[in-house]
Design a protein around this ligand. Structure first.
Ligand code: HEM
Length: 474
């Protein structure tokens, strides 16, 4: 099952690259190895990627296989040990930025527009100096406690303004665009503060280009530091940016970049959780009771969210089953000397690889009844974990919370590039879910039917037309 190279002279694109792979990468192929047959597989992959990847996973659950894409091979990595090799590899060996650039020509991954758009529209500076990601990693996460009242305030106002519910009426909403509006407002309360975060033109422009953010940044940079407003992302960036990065345009591009990386991902995750809630309504009351109980004991705070173990478990389970697609953790080997996995498999420089995330999440050896939505599976595990630790007087932290990444739980990736925004995302989504179950009733548009994800190649998108009905809690 090794690659044959005789046809490569007529392969129009990247032939030299593929030739070098033929010579060096001794990795089994899932699909066909002949030229025309693998071209055909490249096309078939667009419609049947999940089947190809699942088939490979079933054959090599602890190994690496490759599948033909239109113009290249994709190396797909499975199993705890090898995923950990990727997780531990530094950017100058396995590059996330370059791994993602390739797929952008065809479509955006959920989190990657920020990583690719810069190359074409914002200049290399934003890619080469990613200090705004360090701000996400450090200051943003550190400020979540302090900023939580703002986040909560924005959640309440945004749900009120966007859902516009009166009395006991049920209203049906397309979930994805509705949640995108809410998430964009909540995120921007933290990124640029009031009143800009509620400015419709600004929010709408965000996915295009943020003219208003530019104006706002313009005004802010004109102010002396002690007059600069608030505790928000712009002010955190101003604290660490080099002098030449404090100008309006660079700051605006960074805000745009953080918006792009955060709005789509968080709204897609919440949309899917809502589809799950409408499909399995039996989870609503237990979560409502939990939120009421925690509120009564602790009030609304970031710390109180830690006690909402059912809400946390529900969101984690929803992410497990509804990942963005079959593959995650895309990388390109950029080290000239290539990359060797701990099992000895060698991938040459310029190889593209990714992890078989969805098959991992659906693997029966990793999760009991893996294909079944079990919203409180992690809450039960947490209770067991606590009971055992009390018995052993052991202070081990429970590692299956929404923010915990692992080689068998990859919605945020894992390792060196694990999503640094997940602490904010989890805070926001848990607070939104708590607010929702406390204040609204939810039911599906069509009883028993969950809006199907839209698949393209290995990607899965939350159905943008999928609707759910809401009314004020009765
Ligand atoms: C539910 C919401 C989110 C999901 C599912 C998600 C998912 C991901 C994934 C899968 C990666 C790539 C990991 C890898 O390849 O190893 C990533 C990277 C990243 N995410 Fe998120 N993300 C979310 C929210 C956010 C938010 C809210 C922010 C910012 C405030 C953010 C900022 C980033 C950044 C900066 C990176 C690049 C990290 C790096 O290059 O090392 N994400 N995210």
């Amino acid at each position: 099952m090794t690659a044959r190279c005789d046809w490569l002279s007529i392969w129009p694109i990247k032939a030299s690259l593929i030739i070098s792979h033929c010579q060096l990468a001794n990795v089994p192929i899932v699909g066909s190895s002949g030229f025309f047959a693998s071209c055909w597989d490249g096309f078939r992959f667009i419609r049947h990627a999940p089947e190809f990847i699942q088939r490979g996973y079933d054959m090599y659950p602890e190994g690496i296989f490759r599948v033909a894409r239109l113009f290249r091979w994709e190396y797909v990595v499975c199993g705890q040990k090898l995923i950990k090799d990727i997780a531990d590899a530094p950017e100058h060996v396995l590059s996330l930025t370059e791994g993602i650039e390739e797929v952008q020509d065809i479509y955006f991954t959920s989190y990657s527009p920020v990583l690719i758009l810069p190359k074409f529209t914002m200049g290399r500076e934003i890619v080469e100096n990613q200090y705004h990601f360090d701000v996400v990693r450090t200051t943003l996460s550190r400020n979540l406690h302090k900023c939580f009242p703002d986040v909560r305030d924005e959640i309440i106002c945004a749900f009120d303004d966007v859902l516009e519910l009166e009395g006991s009426e049920w209203k049906s909403y397309p979930v994805l665009p509705t949640m995108m509006t809410i998430v964009a407002r909540v995120n921007n309360r933290l990124f640029v503060g009031l009143p800009l975060c509620r400015n419709k033109a600004y929010l709408a422009n965000n996915v295009a280009y943020t003219v208003d953010a530019m104006r706002s940044a313009n005004k802010i940079t004109l102010l002396p530091p002690f007059l600069r407003p608030q505790n928000d992302f712009i002010s955190w960036m101003l604290n660490v940016a080099d002098e030449d990065q404090k100008a309006v345009l660079p700051l605006t591009l960074r805000i745009l970049s953080v918006n792009m990386v955060s709005v789509h991902t968080s709204s897609a995750a919440f949309t899917r959780a809502l589809f799950d809630l409408a499909t399995y309504p039996e989870y609503l009351l237990p979560m409502r009771e939990e939120v009421e109980h925690v509120m009564a004991e602790e009030g609304w705070s970031k710390t109180a969210l830690n006690s909402m173990v059912k809400v946390d478990s529900f969101l984690r389970e929803s992410q497990r089953l509804n990942n963005n697609g079959s593959l995650e953790m895309r990388r390109k080997v950029i080290a000239k000397e290539g990359f060797r996995f701990s099992d000895g498999t060698f991938l040459p420089c310029d190889s593209y690889l990714a992890v078989a995330a969805r098959p991992t999440h659906y693997d029966e050896s990793k999760y009991e009844n893996a294909a079944k939505f079990d919203g409180f599976r992690f809450a039960r595990e947490r209770a067991d974990h606590q009971a055992n630790n009390e018995a052993n007087d052991n202070q081990d932290v429970f590692k299956r919370q929404m923010i915990s990444t692992a080689v068998d739980h990859l919605p945020f990736g894992t390792g060196k590039h694990a999503c640094p925004g997940r602490f904010f995302a989890a805070t926001e989504l848990k607070a939104m879910m708590a607010h929702l179950v406390l204040n609204y009733d939810v039911k599906p548009e069509v009883e028993g039917i969950r809006p199907a994800d839209i698949g393209f190649s290995e990607r899965l998108f939350a159905n943008p037309a999928g609707r759910v009905r809401f009314r004020k809690r009765q």
